[in-house]
Ligand binder design. Structure first.
Ligand code: ADP
Ligand code: MG
Length: 697
């Protein structure tokens, strides 16, 4: 543990942030850079050299010897290649150099990153370009420059480029709406995001004994521990000393990097925890979340722990998600999803609210697709909140208002005034105090929406790109209509009421868990994409291509590339799991069961030799024998299904085979193994059980 940590002094100390820039850059350069950042435009090459040398001096003072263009390829994780600052000057000595060109643009061999066919293999070059709206930082002796990654032809090869594009378009369309409300001062509207991160901690020594955790991040086998989460005693429970030490250390690492870690607590499942940072602009939130996940894992190792970010490390208890809290803010500090206190602000709030309701109802399949992965399939649609059906929770008060609006009845606000769009003011809508609707995938929580379908390991660029784009689309349609109206107030009122009436079906305040909801949702015509396989094709549907290409967020080619990569990732993930499961079953479990059966038979023979009937032993041996036969058959079945999947060329058909045949063979195998685990003696079982994994920290 660290010496006493001075948070105020240390916060953001490793980040080349605005404060540092002001201190270190000439005034005119600083002003120009700030303008670039505020407008989200490109950095002028004339000032790049000045900025670069200031960053270099600062980074060297922090102990950096290298720099790296840090990017987020379509694998979803981050990539970095480090170059040192050293430049020989011919007399056997070196100087430390870093040019504006090196800051702004990098070139890297992209051939080993997935491109979904975007980059023909002979064109191995990829380019990285600094995103000046995300600050550079120093970590482990290197200067990290957050960048976007694209191909020679300009196609996005990463997660960041489309996100940045979507931020531009939602800003542009939101500004049109704000101008209609008489706002002449706001220059940019920024989507803000706070990503709550759930994770599990397990002991490193225990972890090391399980190949499944090492290779796949989740347990492929494991009978439930006698105690799960049924006592509700872990959520917000007192934090164990070892975990508290970890959390403290984690906070300090995050704070140094300017990540405002704010909340920490135990989560519902045993060994599960959460960290929530303060919200920031969405590209920065994305970078910070990627860094957070990386640091969570590294700090855990220093504490003899392993941080599991998989969506479902353990069967039978909750998996981990990442709630994406999302709102729109103006550059002059107004949260557009805050109901506010004046009639004008409220009409504006309702406009944005209606735009979001419309967006979510029109493009649920894109939101669903943006969170689809093999690992998240264990949560969505698999008996764990939230369900795979997208609906919106508004909370009681707002729901009542919406009802009155569409029915044309009077809505009396809490301070007894009558509400009518544009003429009176609304009460604020506090976050539902009881927070009873934890099952909703998309919930209004007072002044923001919380998109809860994201998996814990997901790169949040994808879902936020979709959110920004679909909301921009609604706002564009609104602005097109309202700009042409002769009487703004009448037109606005009519538009809001009509929009909510048309899209009301997506609003659902009940229990998103219950069987009734599945039937109800179906009758409302809401789609239910149960698995990744069902979700991915919507990405390349004509409807999706039309939307994304209209705004230039993804070209059709980029969409196809991404769908292809998602399918490949799905197949690869299940393939690794299947190989690991088969290997563990064949080389660890089967021999252990046979040894144990041998011991039982030995005891039986001994008993028999002295004339005692070995009734229990024979019964047990019989049972073990039956299960061993199933085990052996199921291992073979799993292996042959893997071979079958390998032989399929078409990416979609292959993924379907992994889903229908390989995954289900794995499930059948697991059922037998888990049953064996409950019979075989604890000392004979080849790896640590759930009891040890979940309760030994
Ligand atoms: P809970 O777990 O009850 O949902 P938390 O406090 O854990 O709440 O997380 C709330 C998250 O929402 C935080 O990351 C917070 O910064 C974020 N948030 C708050 N206001 C906004 C906003 N206007 N835009 C985006 N995120 C926000
Ligand atoms: Mg929380």
């Amino acid at each position: 543990m660290s010496e006493r940590f001075n948070v105020v002094e240390q916060f953001g100390i490793d980040v080349f942030n605005e404060g540092t820039m002001r201190q270190r850059l000439p005034k005119n350069v600083y002003n120009q850079l700030m303008r670039t950042i505020a407008e989200g435009s490109q950095l002028d090459s004339s000032i790049a050299d000045v900025v670069a040398s200031a960053i270099r001096d600062w980074a060297i003072e922090k102990g950096a010897t290298h720099f790296t263009h840090w990017f987020q390829p379509m694998t979803g994780i981050t990539a970095e290649k480090h170059d040192s600052f050293i430049t020989p000057i011919g007399d056997g000595t070196v100087i430390m150099e870093f040019s504006g060109k090196e800051l702004i643009k990098g070139e890297s061999d992209a051939s080993s990153f997935p491109s979904g066919g975007l980059r023909a293999t002979f064109e191995a070059r990829g380019y990285t370009a600094w995103d000046p709206t995300s600050y550079a930082f120093v970590k482990n002796g290197s200067l990290y420059i957050p960048t976007a990654f694209y191909s020679y032809g300009g196609e996005a090869l990463d997660k960041k480029t489309p996100l940045l594009r979507s931020m531009d378009i939602v800003s542009e369309q939101a500004l049109r709406i704000l101008r209609l409300f008489g706002n002449t001062t706001t220059k940019r509207v920024v989507p803000t995001v706070g990503a709550e991160q759930e994770y599990f901690l397990v002991d490193k020594k225990t972890y090391d004994k399980r190949k499944d955790l090492i290779f796949t991040g989740r347990t492929l086998f494991g009978a439930p521990a006698p105690k799960g989460q049924e006592m509700d005693d872990h959520y917000y429970g007192s934090i164990k000393a070892r975990v508290a030490d970890y959390m403290k250390d984690l906070d300090e690492h995050l704070w140094r990097l300017g990540i405002a870690s704010k909340t920490k607590h135990n989560e519902v499942a045993p060994a599960q925890h959460e960290m929530a940072p303060l919200f920031v602009p969405c590209n920065l939130a994305c970078d910070q979340n990627q860094l957070t996940m990386d640091i969570m894992k590294k700090v855990a190792l220093e504490h003899g722990l392993v941080c599991l970010l998989h969506e479902k490390p353990f069967a039978g208890i909750n998996g981990s998600g990442k709630h994406d809290n999302w709102s729109l803010s103006t550059d002059d500090g107004q949260n557009l999803l805050d109901p506010g206190s004046s009639p004008m602000e409220n009409a504006q709030f309702l406009t944005f609210l209606a735009a979001i309701i419309k967006a979510v109802d029109e493009y649920p399949e894109l939101l669903r697709m943006s969170v689809a992965s093999a690992s998240n399939d264990h949560r969505l649609g698999a008996n764990e909140a939230p369900p795979a059906i997208i609906s919106i929770f508004l909370g009681e008060d707002l729901e009542a208002l919406v009802e009155h609006l569409v029915n044309g009845t009077d809505y009396i606000t809490k301070n007894d005034t009558m509400f009518n769009v544009g003429v009176s003011s609304l009460p604020s809508f506090p976050k539902d105090a009881t927070d009873r609707n934890r099952t909703s995938p998309f919930a209004f929580t007072g002044n923001k929406f919380e998109f809860r379908m994201c998996g814990s390991s997901l790169n949040i660029a994808g879902p936020n790109t979709v959110l920004n784009t679909i909301v921009a689309n609604s706002l564009k349609e609104f602005a097109d209509e309202l700009e042409g109206a002769s009487d703004f107030n009448t037109a606005l009122n009519e538009l809001i009421v009509r929009t909510i009436r048309e899209h009301k079906r997506v609003i659902f305040n009940g229990n998103g868990y219950g069987e009734e909801w599945f039937a109800e949702a179906e009758s409302r015509g809401l789609p239910n994409f149960k698995s990744t396989i069902d979700a991915i094709p919507s990405f390349t549907s004509p409807k999706s291509v039309k939307l994304f290409s209209k705004f230039g967020v993804y070209t059709e080619v980029e969409l196809h590339a991404r769908a292809e990569i998602n399918l490949e990732n799905y197949s690869k993930a299940i393939n690794i799991e299947a190989l690991t499961a088969a290997d563990m079953a064949r080389t660890e479990i089967l021999p252990a069961v046979m040894r144990f059966t041998g011991e039982i038979c030995g005891i039986a023979a001994n008993k028999k030799a002295v004339g005692i009937e070995p009734a229990v032993e024979l019964q047990l041996a019989e049972k073990l024998n039956t299960l061993t036969i199933s085990l052996n058959t199921l291992i073979d079945e799993l292996s042959s299904n893997v071979v079958k999947a390998h032989c399929i060329d078409d990416a979609y058909a292959k993924a379907v085979c992994y889903h229908n045949d390989v995954f289900s063979a794995m499930q059948s195998l697991r059922a037998v193994v888990d049953e064996l685990e409950t019979i075989v003696g604890e000392d004979s079982w080849p790896y640590p059980t759930y009891d040890e994994l979940l309760y030994n920290i």
